[in-house]
Design a protein around this ligand. Structure first.
Ligand code: ZN
Length: 243
């Protein structure tokens, strides 16, 4: 199977549509999988949920999705995220709220595991920001590859046959032999690696090849919508800088 794997859409419809357009140009892709945070920050939570529901046979629950339907308190969210969640909760249609409550925290489609935050206790919403944290997390999944989102920063972390854990530099990787990988596919709707273009990944379970894709979208249109609903200016501004 060849999967496109997307994450952290954050109600950015222009970005999501641009990513699906890019995916649809590639006729060899069988399915699109979503790692969560469909909503929060952006102006189109309902439209993004409806598109994901229609296009993704698997979608994982993100912390912003959970907060939008009261499955998670926003006490640990920063002020901008809190304001966005309050607006989102009011905006969501009942059937879309219902959809979010059905999402799983983890899904295994051997040889891949899908979670939003970390394979260790996915409902605790930890972040993987160091090699030590990555090394620890390899004990908590059994497949060759685990795909994550949550930090909005794309990265390929390899565990090689000698038990060494390192970051692979570059946008492609071929998993070979007994190697295992932990891959953050980056964010569709709010990239934070100083590249404002939407990020997603493609993984082929037959060849075990992974590659990142970056896609441009109409950021100004997204920002105008966010300003119209009075989202904090910081959230609109950060999209241009990809941070
Ligand atoms: Zn997110």
């Amino acid at each position: 199977m060849k999967y496109a794997i997307i994450s952290d859409i954050h109600a950015n419809l222009e970005a999501l549509e641009a990513v699906f357009e890019d995916i649809d140009k590639n006729e060899t892709i069988d399915d699109v999988l979503c790692l969560g945070d469909i909503v929060g920050y952006g102006a189109n939570p309902n439209e993004c949920i409806e598109l994901i529901k229609q296009r993704c046979p698997v979608s994982i629950l993100g912390n912003h999705d959970a907060a939008a339907v009261d499955l998670l308190s926003t006490q640990h969210f920063n002020i901008h995220a809190k304001i966005a969640i309050e607006w989102t909760t009011k905006e969501l249609k009942p059937k879309n709220k219902e959809y979010l409550t059905t999402l799983p925290s983890k899904k295994i489609l051997d040889p891949i595991t899908l979670v939003h935050s970390t394979p260790y206790e996915p409902n605790m919403w930890y972040y993987i920001t160091s090699l030590e944290e990555a090394a620890f997390n390899y004990q908590y999944f059994d497949t060759s590859a685990c795909f994550i989102g949550h930090t909005h920063i794309p990265v390929i972390i390899v565990l090689n046959k000698d038990d060494e854990v390192y970051v692979h530099q570059g946008s492609n990787y071929q998993v070979s032999g007994a190697e295992r990988v932990l891959i953050n596919v980056g964010s569709v709707g709010q990239p934070r690696d100083r590249n404002p273009n939407s990020s997603y990944g493609i993984f082929d379970t037959d060849t075990m090849e992974f590659s990142f894709r970056r896609v441009t979208y109409d950021i100004e249109k997204t920002q105008a919508k966010m300003r119209k609903i009075k989202m904090p200016e910081f959230l609109a501004n950060r999209l241009v800088e990809g941070r």
